[in-house]
Design a protein around this ligand. Structure first.
Ligand SMILES: [Zn+2]
Ligand SMILES: [Zn+2]
Length: 171
């Protein structure tokens, strides 16, 4: 299987200071991403600028990919777009611990793209910022209706007050 994200960087490496722009639209499946938040058939928009330095290649740019999950508060469907800002480095001789390796003049962008998208995908997505979520006591959807559970949950301030009352001498 051909790897759409592998590039020969020989020419870039020969001329430090030169650059190359890349615009790619592989699918999630083509990137080898197997994560329930990403639909295998959806497109990842990759827009990168590769610039050669004397000791490697700097990759800057942006990745965008749609994600879908369920809201952590109310369990309704939640969806959005991951936007990853890319500032990475590739080196033939890796001296930077965060750099990716250039192997035989080849740059493989796939692991870098995968890593950034998974890192930036939401861990605890919400359907909307003001989602009220489900009641932890009775489980109703607080976006749709209200319950009396909150009233029975003790508030530390009232605890202090009842403590005070309990300590008052009987009259
Ligand atoms: Zn929600
Ligand atoms: Zn409740």
């Amino acid at each position: 299987m051909s790897k759409p994200l592998v590039f020969n960087a020989a020419e870039l490496l020969r001329r430090p200071g030169s650059e190359r722009r890349l615009s790619l639209e592989p699918t999630v499946a083509e990137l080898g991403i197997a994560d329930p938040r990403f639909d295998p058939g959806s497109t990842v928009t990759i827009s990168l600028r590769l610039e050669s330095l004397t000791d490697g290649i700097v990759v800057d740019g942006q990745l965008r990919a749609p994600w879908a999950d369920s809201c952590r508060r109310c369990l309704a469907p939640a969806a959005g777009e991951v936007v990853s800002e890319i500032h990475e480095r590739y080196q033939q001789v890796v001296t930077d611990p965060d750099a990716f390796q250039i192997v035989g003049d080849q740059i493989d962008l796939e692991p870098m793209v995968r890593e950034n998208l998974l890192l930036d995908a939401p861990i605890a997505p919400v359907c909307r910022p003001e989602c009220a979520g489900l009641c932890p006591t009775c489980g109703i959807d607080r976006n749709e209706t209200t319950c009396d559970c909150l009233a029975t949950v003790s508030d530390p301030r009232w605890d202090a007050l009842s403590q005070l009352k309990a300590n008052l001498p009987d009259q």
